[in-house]
Design a protein around this ligand. Structure first.
Ligand SMILES: *[C@@H]1O[C@H](CO)[C@@H](O)[C@H](O)[C@H]1NC(C)=O
Ligand SMILES: *[C@@H]1O[C@H](CO)[C@@H](O)[C@H](O)[C@H]1NC(C)=O
Length: 349
């Protein structure tokens, strides 16, 4: 699609905001607490993306090395954890990955699961080996808690993928944020309000840009009826609703403006509510100042397609418990909150 046209559609063209605004540098937050929260043992170096299967098994990507952002274990390869949320006191178990896959350079980012007709569970993982972008496809083997590596997807349009949402056993939508392909470009986008970030559809037959004109398209997910795609624009502080068409193209339906940096989106499969891990103040993520920790905030959006969607701050913490929340996912009245580089928190709703 024509980027200028798309920009105008979003009304984003005029807003050449100075960059501290993009990072919401001045915002301080009031705490919102939830009952019975506990930190998950074993997750110490990030839990940036979480995907929960209908049966309560949760996949968590951990150990992302992101240019400019802290890592508690810069030399340790990334990991995928599994938690069984049906247990009273679920633990995070690292999934073993089949031999032949290059674990040393594993740098997992966004993840997405796909359940095939024969109940095979596929896990798509955005990977940044040596600062490049690939999408890795694994088959999940529950019997021995392992992942069998099946395929690596690479394409010139998969420039710097942040997140993906699986559409089939070998197709997906992906957001490109330019972070890994060109750190400078990403900062230019932030400073100058350039909108070069996009959404790409990938399948073996066809790869194409299906939406453009984002400041920094981050989390992406799909409505339970599979008609709409939601895209979080982290530096534009909003969530875009896009309609999905038979040819996989996306058209803009509406934009919901928020006052926080929206990271990953997760959808409640029963209610369709959108759960978002947010950074109330993006500057603190980059500062890495122990006196001024990056905060965490979780928003729930109900009825996004209605005239007046309800936005609720479900959880907020100044960083003393949880730093830099990036995703929040629900299962059976519980909330699992992940972070960019810190721990993971499990609470009752
Ligand atoms: C999820 O959150 C992490 C942490 O900020 C972020 O780096 C990543 O871009 C997000 N990825 C997804 C899965 O949206
Ligand atoms: C963060 O919040 C905790 C609990 O609400 C409070 O005790 C602490 O003083 C706060 N820290 C800062 C730096 O504001």
């Amino acid at each position: 699609m024509n980027k200028v046209k798309f920009l105008k559609l979003f009304g984003a063209g005029e807003s050449l905001n100075p960059w501290p605004n993009r990072l919401n540098a001045s915002r301080e937050i009031a705490p919102v607490t939830l009952p019975n929260c506990r930190l998950i043992k074993g997750i110490e170096t990030g839990s940036e993306d979480i995907d929960i299967l209908p049966n309560g098994l949760a996949f968590i990507s951990s150990g992302l090395k992101y240019p400019g952002i802290k890592s508690f274990a810069p030399d340790k390869p990334g990991e995928i954890f599994l938690m069984d949320l049906n247990e009273d006191n679920p633990r995070a178990v690292e999934l073993r990955i089949s031999r032949g896959f290059d674990m040393a350079s594993f740098n997992p980012h966004g993840i997405s699961t796909y359940i095939d007709r024969d109940d095979t569970v596929y896990l798509f993982v955005v990977n940044h080996p040596h600062q490049k972008t690939t999408v890795e496809l694994f088959k999940f083997v529950e019997d021995d808690s392992s992942l069998v590596h099946l395929k690596t997807f690479r394409h010139e349009l998969l420039t710097s993928v942040n997140d993906i949402v699986a559409m089939g056993p070998d197709s997906f939508y992906a957001t490109n944020d330019h972070y890994f392909s060109d750190f400078i470009l990403m900062f230019l986008e932030m400073f100058l309000g350039l909108t070069w970030s996009n959404v790409v559809y990938y399948s073996p037959k066809e790869v194409k840009e299906v939406a453009a004109g984002f400041y920094s398209a981050n989390g992406i997910n799909i409505s339970p009826d599979r008609k709409y795609i939601y895209v979080a624009d982290v530096f534009d502080h909003n969530v875009h609703v896009m309609e999905k068409h038979a040819n996989w193209n996306l058209t803009h339906v509406k934009t919901l403006q928020l006052d926080t940096l929206v990271d990953n989106l997760s959808i409640d499969p029963h209610t369709g509510d959108i759960w978002i891990g947010c950074h109330p103040n993006g500057m603190k993520l980059f500062y890495n100042d122990p006196e001024n920790l990056p905060a965490s905030e979780v928003l729930r959006i109900q009825n996004i397609l209605s005239e007046e969607p309800a936005v609720t701050r479900v959880y907020a913490d100044n960083g003393s418990v949880l730093q830099g929340s990036s995703v929040a996912s629900v299962y059976e009245g519980k909330l699992l909150i992940g972070t960019v580089f810190h721990r993971a928190l499990y609470c009752e709703l």
